[in-house]
Design a protein around this ligand. Sequence first.
Ligand code: ASP
Length: 341
Amino acid sequence: MNQSRKQFLRKSVAGLAGISAFTAAKVAAKGDSLAINELTQMSSHQVSSVKPVVISTWIHGILANEEAWKVLGNGGTSLDAVELGVKTAEADPTNQSVGVGGFPDREGRVTLDACIMNHDQQCGSVAFLEHIVHPISVARKVMEETPHVMLVGKGALQFAEEQGFKRENLLTEASEKAWRKWLEDSRYAPVINVENHDTIGMLALDESGNLSGACTTSGAAYKMHGRVGDSPIIGAGLYLDNDVGCAVATGLGEAVIRSAGASVAVELMRQGYTPQQACEEVVARIISKEKDPKSLQVGVIALNKQGQVGGGAIHPGFNYALLSKEHENRMVDAPHLFEIK
Ligand code: ASP
């Protein structure tokens, strides 16, 4: 890149970050700001000592990161790491937002969305998939075994069974009970933060410098039958460009889809934004476009090719788990724009 192009990019990044609504109004993260500062202010020569790095959304990310580390810490690929990592949340019946035990839709059916993307710009996705505990592994099979990117509903289930996945009942007693209670007044009102939705999204950079991402969810609790959120949509819930970085989103999927959240974050990083700035800018854009942003939550996390990380959200309460060669597994509170009143 020539000098004037570099200067232009530096200037425009500073300018854009300077006018971001988020940056102007944000409340400083209360949590582990040390981790954020270390990983957002690193210079590139430090990067080799930071790799591998893995981040994942919400508290279930701690266990997921640990699992992913079994691969990353042994020189394995980021793709294997993210698949293995998010499977912990999918398999946990007490986790009511991902995989088995997920809250059902309003007809009492658990329908799952997931996608995965690797350093080679390959991706696979399943949506509206029933009866399969590990949609992320089906998504990987779509990527590796078919000429397609996305399979949905019955077709996705048929493909999963052909690949040897077993049909199981995903509706636990606890989630069925919650659904029956919900039916009493049947009011659809996604709650801000973790009460009835919280996708696990995971991003990893392996020792070889390759990025991968995964995203899996049972979606918004009591959604309409057939509703698909952002999580299986490449470019919305997850996006990755191995030359640049990757990003994954959680929260109200409709808002993330409308803003092409993850791909915008990656494009901003391509223009020179840090992952932190990119996440904040995506959140600021969602706030500026949505009719009632105070009523919804969106969280975005990002990881760049240098191993820097970032996160941002509309409301407080969104956090992500961070684990790297230099950092113990820990939760980081993401900066937010609004306080819940
Ligand atoms: N983004 C997911 C969806 O809208 C749910 C969540 O992350 O809270 O389906």
